[in-house]
Design a protein around this ligand. Structure first.
Ligand code: HEC
Length: 194
């Protein structure tokens, strides 16, 4: 799964003709399947009970948006209501989605996570924590002052991905994430890097 979108097909119907059918797709903790669902991933539109209205016979139940679901093992549970009846079925699934970008198919964490704190091609590959404190900085190799958004763009170009405009929402999210990792650290601006 690359983009966190999963198309699901199946059945959600009631053999008693005439009953109104609705269904729900939930992710449960496989270690406590009777506990409260961890995520309701039912494709919209949802009714007031957070079910999707309409019967489906061996066709698309919709595309699940798993982009905000934490990686891990889950039970995907289909709950179907028809009139007063209720039925369900579950199936184990694993969510392992790193959003990969660019022609080399990289996620930021492929380098700055698993491979962090090592030299790569003669350059130091930093971990996510501690990236925020030294921006804006002076880049001796470019003779320029860079803010962190320009640095994001540079890393995206290096992995052959399209860089985003400096005011992109995604960069705002990244900046907030890096800033949160930096909590408690002293700022050391202006920084200097080659
Ligand atoms: C292919 C590996 C790789 C990937 C993938 C990658 N980076 Fe980097 N990144 C590097 C290397 C190597 C450096 C340090 C060398 C340099 O200055 O170019 C670096 C430097 C940085 C720095 C500056 C560190 C400093 O000390 O000032 C930031 C911030 C950064 N990356 C963010 C990102 C973000 C955000 C992404 C995902 C969009 C990303 N990187 C993806 C390899 C990678």
């Amino acid at each position: 799964m690359r983009e966190g979108q999963l198309a699901v097909t199946g059945n959600a119907y009631d053999p008693d003709g005439g009953d109104v059918v609705s269904y729900q797709l939930l992710l449960l903790d496989p270690n406590s399947p009777s506990g409260a669902p961890l995520y309701n991933v039912t494709p919209g539109p949802l009714n007031s009970q957070r079910f999707h209205l309409g019967a489906v016979t061996n066709a698309s139940l919709g595309t699940l948006d798993l982009s905000v679901v934490q990686n891990g093992a889950y039970l995907l549970k289909l709950v179907v209501r028809g009139g007063g009846d209720i039925a369900s079925a579950s199936l184990p699934i694993a969510v392992n989605s790193n959003l990969k970008i660019g022609q080399f198919d990289f996620a930021c964490t492929d380098c700055h996570g698993q491979a962090a704190n090592k030299w790569i091609r003669g350059q130091w590959l930093g971990e996510p924590k501690g990236q925020f404190d030294h921006f804006p900085l002076w880049r001796t190799s470019r003779n320029e002052i860079w803010d962190i958004r320009k640095r994001f763009q540079w890393c995206q170009v290096a992995i052959w991905a399209d860089d985003l405009p400096p005011d992109a929402k995604e960069y705002g999210d990244l900046e907030l994430y890096l800033a949160s990792l930096n909590q408690g650290q002293t700022l050391s601006v202006p920084g200097i890097r080659h």
